[in-house]
Design a protein around this ligand. Structure first.
Ligand code: SF4
Length: 775
């Protein structure tokens, strides 16, 4: 048997989604499986490159020119000159689009595209669309060649708009027919779109080529290939990948017939399709694998994929006119699955990253990090170490089953992957990366700095007190660039209502620490929680404004609260808690896909959406930060009841706490004298190399650079030049880069030299390069 893993389109354009990389690695664990081959294809990237190509656009315009001109005429009749102009412009410039598309892509992949930037920006023969025009007209300065990547990103978005209006209303650059999939009652709605224009005209030919390739590889390897089974695993992370998944499954069945076993799994399946009642789904797929997938495949493989009515672990399938539902518990397999989770690391080695566009679509630096760059996505831990937030899917495996991954093994693996792929950026897609794992990762990364290129990384965290200034500095030194985390409802009451497990001062302290360390910070916000009053909302909004005004956030996003079937809140409601929550529970058995549950009063918060987004968008670009928050709405809103200096006061507490934390001279003595074995604190020097200078007779000082500032500390009178130099060397030896090279000699030296450091000097060093980390 061979395995083919397929990422269904469309997901993020700039980088591969990681589930295929994990699954591939899992199937390659030869101690348990023996597949003839394991291949992973990113159909999302293949489809993008198929549409946005010379041939692709030629075909697109051939298929759509008449319709575009008809629509333009219709718009003209309706006095919609703008739409008419834009539609005609696509058609009149179609040769230009076709000729430019490869160059546009090369500008976005950095593959010899630089030279074309000049022409693309200034030539009157280069194509233009509405979004490109808007970008140029809003510049408020002369356009420069450095704007080419923005313009190229908007060019793709303009073409996507054209496709959406003229060819396929379900198309979007990321996600396909997403509006259809979330909590969808009716499976037949999907069947109506599985052959929609983009899928039929662009995905089908691509699949046909791929199948031929798979087929011929198989034939060249194996004379009995006609009977060899192929296990196709299709990853469906989002609702917007489900229609294309059905299309792919249908094409597989048509081509490979009984030789194909088709399975689906991933985020959308785990949340929306846990209770399948639709038999027709099994016309397309053979089985559905839940959660990590590993357990499901292990059980199926143990049983040679014999689907004869027996229940399998985390697997649902169809047998003799009956849906056989998953077996939720199996201690033995669950143990094997947990062991696998710790040793399976994502394998990107066969991915050609030069085919992924790095998009520049926002000047906000934190927003940019998502799409500008290709990232190797991985997790430091499976699940969330808190797993108690009220709104979160805490009853599902991907949140509640927390298990840390061995950081060193993961680091070494990712480093090898970086060397193979040329991509040194890591995006941690943890639900919330454990602080300890992050510090271990940063330290390992410093070790690599001595001789080789090192990694740069960012990811999701929880804003909690562990992220002190020391830890933030250390992480930034070790390569952390940005963090995203949930603040949700930014009031004390709101944090309690959603059971965030952190308090507002800790949120401010962690944001302040990250920002002081130069790390980008993004916050997720929630509005419309079932207990939230207009007063709560305006208070939360005011807090968010103050966070931006005080420079503690780079970006944020308002999510409308959705009550999900798998949330803590719903589980508690079912136990009789939350009497004020009134879910509208329809006969859910009749629903095909369901995760979201409507509740009484939820529509009330709908009216806030546009105003919250508009205000936030302004704040993210530094605009309107002093405007009263209620004035962003064009209907009456209460005044915030939180003080104008709410965040400032909290920052003051952070500053005081930070100073008191730096007052830890005894810890330093314990560390250098090794006098307290229970003390696990490690001190690191993160500054530039200190130098010794003379200040008057017999008076020496140490000078060094930290965060672009020069610092100094006077040494006790009478300190000799030689001793001062040894002290400078000793501090510099505490760099994280040296951590793994500790030798006995150094330890003896530490004891002698560090004794020169008195409490006064120590005060000058702490927070200014000397950093304490608990490892
Ligand atoms: S919302 Fe985030 S922090 Fe809260 S339980 Fe879910 S994953 Fe964990």
């Amino acid at each position: 048997m061979k395995v083919v893993i397929l990422q269904s389109p469309l997901v993020q354009l700039n980088t591969p989604y990681p589930s295929g990389a994990y699954l591939k690695s899992f199937f390659l664990q030869q101690d348990i499986f023996n597949f003839s081959s394991v291949q992973w294809f990113d159909l999302s990237n293949l489809l993008y490159n198929n549409i946005f190509s010379k041939d692709g656009l030629t075909k697109l315009f051939e298929l759509t020119t008449d319709k575009a001109l008809q629509l333009a005429q219709k718009s003209q009749k309706e006095n919609d000159e703008n739409t008419a102009f834009n539609l005609q412009r696509y058609i009149f410039q179609k040769d230009s689009w076709i000729n430019w598309i490869d160059k546009i892509k090369s500008i976005l992949t950095d593959s010899n595209g630089r030279e074309f930037c000049h022409e693309f920006i200034f030539s009157p023969f280069a194509p233009r669309g509405n979004r490109m025009d808007n970008f140029l007209s809003e510049l408020n300065r002369e356009v420069t060649i450095d704007d080419a990547r923005f313009l190229a990103s908007f060019a793709l978005a303009d073409l996507a708009d054209y496709i959406n209006v003229v060819f396929d209303k379900n198309f979007s650059l990321i996600r396909y027919a997403e509006h259809l999939a979330t909590s969808q009652k009716d499976f037949s709605k999907f069947l109506k779109v599985i052959d929609s224009p983009i899928l039929k005209n662009f995905l089908t030919p691509l699949l046909q080529n791929l199948f031929l390739q798979i087929d011929s590889q198989q034939k060249s390897k194996n004379e009995n290939s006609e009977n060899e089974k192929i296990l196709f695993c299709i990853s469906v992370p989002f609702a917007g990948c489900f229609a294309s998944t059905l299309h792919i499954a249908k094409e597989i069945k048509n081509y490979f017939g009984k030789n194909a076993n088709v399975s689906i799994g991933g985020g959308f399946i785990n949340t929306e399709l846990r209770n399948i009642n639709e038999e027709k789904l099994f016309d397309y797929v053979d089985f559905v694998s839940y959660d990590r997938g590993y357990g499901s495949y292990i059980d199926l493989l143990k049983n040679n994929f014999l689907l004869y009515g027996k229940q399998y672990y985390k697997t649902t399938y169809f047998y003799e006119n009956k849906i056989i539902t998953q077996k939720e518990n199996d201690l033995e397999i669950s143990k094997i699955e947990n062991d696998f989770t710790k040793k399976v690391f994502p394998d990107f080695s066969e991915i050609d990253f030069s085919l992924y566009p790095r998009l520049a679509d926002d000047i906000n630096p934190m927003h940019r990090i998502w799409s500008d760059g290709s990232w190797l996505k991985a997790y430091l831990a499976h699940g969330c170490y808190w797993h108690r937030c009220a709104f979160c899917d805490t009853t599902l495996d991907y949140v509640c089953n927390y298990s840390r991954i061995d950081t060193e093994l993961l680091y070494n693996w990712l480093y090898q992957q970086a060397q193979k792929t040329g991509i040194y950026g890591i995006h941690f897609v943890d639900e919330a990366s454990p602080p300890k794992s992050l510090s271990e990762f940063a330290l390992l990364n410093c070790k690599n700095d001595l001789e080789q290129k090192r990694l740069t990384f960012w990811g999701n965290i929880r804003f909690e007190k562990t992220f002190s200034r020391d830890l933030a500095d250390f992480l930034a030194y070790g390569g952390l660039t940005g963090v995203s985390g949930g603040i949700e409802i930014a009031t004390g009451k709101g944090l309690q209502d959603v059971n965030k497990g952190t308090d507002f001062d800790s949120i401010v302290a962690s944001c302040a620490s990250f920002k002081e360390a130069g790390i980008l910070v993004h916050a997720y916000m929630i509005y419309g929680f079932y207990t939230e009053t207009p007063q709560d909302l305006i208070n939360s909004m005011e807090t968010l404004r103050q966070l931006f005004a005080n420079g503690l956030l780079d970006s944020s996003f308002w999510h409308k609260f959705v009550l999900t079937k798998h949330s803590t809140l719903f589980a508690e409601y079912q136990k009789g808690m939350h009497p004020k929550l009134k879910p509208i529970i329809s006969n859910e058995k009749s629903w095909f896909a369901q995760n979201d549950i409507r509740f009484e009063g939820e529509e009330k918060s709908q009216r806030y959406t546009d105003y919250l987004e508009y205000a936030l968008n302004n704040w993210m670009h530094g605009i309107g930060l002093n405007k009263k928050v209620q004035s962003w709405f064009d209907f009456p809103m209460p005044q915030p009841t939180i003080p104008q200096n709410y965040v400032e006061k909290s920052i003051e507490k952070y500053e005081n706490k930070k100073l008191s934390e730096f007052n830890d001279f005894q810890d330093f003595i314990d560390f250098t004298q090794k006098s307290n074995p229970k003390n696990k604190n490690q001190f690191f020097w993160l500054g530039g190399k200190p130098i010794v200078t003379e200040e008057g007779k017999n008076h020496l000082q140490l000078r060094w650079m930290y965060f672009n500032e020069i610092h100094n500390a006077f040494l006790p009178e009478g300190t000799s030049n030689e001793t001062a130099q040894k002290l400078a060397d000793f501090l510099y030896s505490l760099r994280p880069e040296n951590h793994f090279a500790t030798d006995e000699n150094r330890i003896t030296q530490e004891k002698q030299i560090s004794s020169i450091i008195n409490a006064k000097i120590y005060k000058k060093l702490r927070g200014n390069a000397l950093c304490k980390i608990k490892l």
